[in-house]
Ligand binder design. Structure first.
Ligand SMILES: [Zn+2]
Length: 319
């Protein structure tokens, strides 16, 4: 009889542990079921959860059915009828493709803006176009094989600055060479600097192509203190004693006009070299002299701390 309370305490203790384990297990199952439920909401409809920025879904894209960040969306299935419709509708797409656009259901991602009346099919099948005809062709992230970003911070239209950088590495003169450089820069920024994504908004190769970095309306990591009020355009190469190719410089001018025409920067935006914001050689002595004659270049340093050393600046670059 005297041992009974002790045994009962042990029993209670064991029960408590068991209950706790059960609760933990239940919570885990619950969390899993929530996550399953979300993806199931998509797969139950025959769809699949994908990063909508990289796929065109002819069946349409729906939000709120998938786990993950807001870019993971449900690509609805396109059955035989849907496929047949798509084939028929696409016969009427000439007006859109003539303007360099792409016709798709407007629930799909569009890097530019949708314009109606240029595509075959129903009204929601619309033409995704660059904001205006003056924009250069941009080699998309999908085309150059970008890694998915760790995270993305968005910013609105009408920012004040365009910043010019050089990558301080090798130049490139063909598209395949430039793609290799762009990938190398992205890897360096993500793996060595620990950033969520390639720092620059766009990169321009010696081949005269513009490569999409973070892209429009996304905060970059390139110009400490000014990432959320400007875009950073990188010229691939080292321009301390030489200038980028004419093709690259022409591509930049077109991109800058595109940025202003599309409203991404304000009409009287200011163009500056990276060195005007902090202690860096970027974009190289020779090229820096050249950009002083570019439209919208403005004199004067705007950095909050022009003496910050390279290592500290890199650490805080993503601010
Ligand atoms: Zn720079």
């Amino acid at each position: 009889m005297r041992k009974e309370p002790k045994a009962s305490i042990i029993f209670q203790f064991k029960t408590m542990i068991a209950l706790k384990l059960a609760v933990v297990a239940l919570l885990a199952v619950h969390a899993q079921s929530i996550s399953l439920r979300q993806d199931e909401a998509c797969t139950n409809q025959g769809g699949s959860c994908v990063n909508w920025q990289y796929y065109v879904c002819h069946g349409g894209v729906e939000t709120g059915l998938c786990n993950g960040d807001s870019n993971i969306r449900c690509c609805l299935p396109c059955d035989d009828q849907c496929q047949a419709d798509e084939d028929e509708w696409s016969q009427g797409d000439a007006a859109c493709t003539a303007e360099g656009g792409e016709c798709k259901l407007d629930s799909n991602y569009c890097d530019g803006v949708y314009e109606g009346g240029l595509c075959g099919g129903p009204a929601e099948r619309s033409c995704c176009k660059a904001p205006n005809g003056d924009c250069p062709a941009i080699v998309s992230r999908a085309e150059w094989g970008a890694r998915a970003p760790g995270s993305t911070t968005y910013m609105g239209n009408g920012v004040q600055y365009l910043f010019i950088h050089h990558s301080a590495g090798a130049s490139c003169s063909t598209k395949s060479e430039c793609i290799a450089e762009v990938k190398g820069i992205q890897n360096y920024h993500m793996d060595s600097n620990g950033w969520s994504e390639v720092g620059y908004s766009f990169l321009i190769g010696g081949d005269g192509n513009v490569y999409e970095g973070r892209g429009w309306n996304k905060v970059g990591a390139q110009t400490y203190g000014f990432n959320s009020v400007g875009y950073g355009i990188d010229f691939i190469g080292t321009f301390t004693s030489t200038n980028p190719t004419q093709a690259a410089q022409d591509a930049f001018k077109q991109l800058a006009e595109c940025a202003a025409a599309g409203g991404y920067v304000i009409g009287d935006y200011e163009l500056k070299g990276h060195r005007q914001t902090g202690s860096t050689e970027c974009p190289g002595n020779t090229f820096y002299e050249t950009i002083k004659s570019y439209p919208h270049w403005t004199n004067g340093n705007i950095g909050k701390d022009m003496t910050m050393d390279e290592e500290t600046r890199r650490k805080y670059m993503e601010l």
